[in-house]
Design a protein around this ligand. Structure first.
Ligand SMILES: Nc1ncnc2c1ncn2[C@@H]1O[C@H](COP(=O)(O)OP(=O)(O)O)[C@@H](O)[C@H]1O
Ligand SMILES: N[C@@H](CCC(=O)OP(=O)(O)O)C(=O)O
Length: 371
């Protein structure tokens, strides 16, 4: 089999018990499976939850805390305990583990986004296994991923992985929660996530997990939109990840393998960049950018909202207010006010781009019909 790049997300319930102990046998099982993958030449990137679950007890909390400050404090304790265990199981196998703690803010900035890519590539080239978690201790409540399902989907898209494996305490997606409905039936393969599946997916089944199946499905949907196929399930023993790769995993496969990955720059625009303003365009411009694959020109601009600089990211809407997409502009908002509605030659003096384009099609991502 061709060398694969696989992101493996491991949920809290697959690392700890309900009272906040890291279960060594669980880490031993995951790390032996990671080592077997590495031995076959595959690249493995781990997105590991469990910091809060592994830390709350040492600080005297009776159960996984819900208050932000208590969660942050627990994560600070638990993250180091977790990484210690990963290292102690991986290093005897000759594998170097590398901790990477991310916040949502790290993805907003294009520079930090690129730095993350550079260091990740270097770690993978050197044969290390990056172990990623959200930096819970410093994340601001409104800006957290919360559970790691969505973070793992974004990381797998960003690294243009061949697959995302979401390891959890249940062997796949069922038509209703099997913990409350013993007659529930499992899906072995799901081409796309439907609204009915999202409705049937419930919350967490343990006191340490957070998102439940719903957040896994939302994450799988996101990964698929970025060109990454997904597996949700579990399994035991050193062959479990290899079995998943070979189509013999105990769980649900979502989406066909070998899909087209979304370009990294477009992923940044679509999912991470924070728009600094909004531009409204007329029907002709809407057609040109959505149907003709053209760049956006000043002549189609009818309104400019917000204060932004050239190279900032802005949302583009039509006259009904529908979001069409998002792009990086070649004009500041002040200059765009002066050139809106003008033909190219007259607008050129204000643009930092030779051809007077407002948004070049390479710096554009269409978001229409995606909510
Ligand atoms: N339709 C469903 N199919 C399978 N599991 C479901 C479904 N709805 C809810 N669940 C629950 O989702 C849980 C897994 O999510 P979660 O507890 O957040 O795990 P993790 O800690 O691995 O992220 C399962 O234990 C199960 O109880
Ligand atoms: N970043 C958090 C993840 C929280 C969490 O419980 O996530 P999950 O088990 O994936 O539903 C932690 O490490 O505790």
């Amino acid at each position: 089999m061709k060398k694969q790049r696989i992101v493996v997300k491991i949920g809290s319930s697959s690392l700890t018990d309900d009272i906040g102990n890291i279960v060594d046998e669980k880490i031993a099982d995951h790390t032996s499976a990671i080592a077997a993958m590495k031995q076959q030449g595959h690249e493995v990137i781990v997105v590991s939850s469990g910091a809060v679950a592994a830390g709350f007890r040492a600080l005297g909390y009776p159960s996984r805390p819900k208050v932000m400050a208590a969660r942050q404090a627990s994560a600070a304790v638990g993250q180091s305990l977790l990484i210690q265990r990963y290292i102690s199981h991986l290093s005897p196998k000759g594998i170097t583990a590398a901790q990477m703690l991310l916040t949502k803010g790290d993805f907003y900035s294009k520079g930090r986004f690129q730095n993350f890519y550079t260091s990740m590539t270097e770690l993978l080239n050197r044969g290390a296994v990056p172990i990623i978690n959200e930096n819970d201790s410093i994340s601001i409540e409104e800006l957290t991923y919360g559970d790691n399902d969505m973070l793992s989907a974004l990381v797998s898209g960003f690294l243009q992985a061949d697959g995302l494996v979401i390891l959890t305490d249940i062997n796949g997606l069922y038509d209703s929660n099997p913990k409350t409905n013993p007659g529930a039936k499992r899906f072995n393969f799901v081409p796309i996530i439907s609204d009915e599946m999202l409705e049937a997916a419930g919350g967490s089944g343990s006191s340490v997990g957070t998102g439940g199946m719903k957040s896994k499905l939302l994450a799988a949907d996101k990964a698929q939109s970025l060109g990454v196929s997904v597996f949700i399930g579990n399994g035991f023993g050193e062959r479990k990840l290899l079995d998943i790769l070979e189509g013999k995993g105990d769980g649900t496969y979502i989406g066909a393998p070998m899909q087209q990955h979304m370009q990294r720059k477009k992923q940044w625009l679509a999912h991470h960049a924070k728009p600094s303003g909004m531009i409204a365009v007329d029907a002709g411009a809407e057609k040109a950018i959505l149907k003709g694959g053209k760049s956006l020109l000043p002549v189609g601009i009818i309104a400019v909202n917000g204060l932004f600089d050239a190279l900032d990211v802005v949302d583009v809407r039509n006259t009904n207010g529908d979001l069409l997409g998002r792009g990086q502009v070649f004009y500041s908002s002040i200059d765009l006010e002066k050139v809106k509605g003008l033909p190219g030659p007259e607008a050129k003096a204000y643009s930092i781009n030779e051809r007077a384009e407002v948004i070049h099609r390479d710096n554009w991502v269409t978001l229409k019909n995606k909510g």
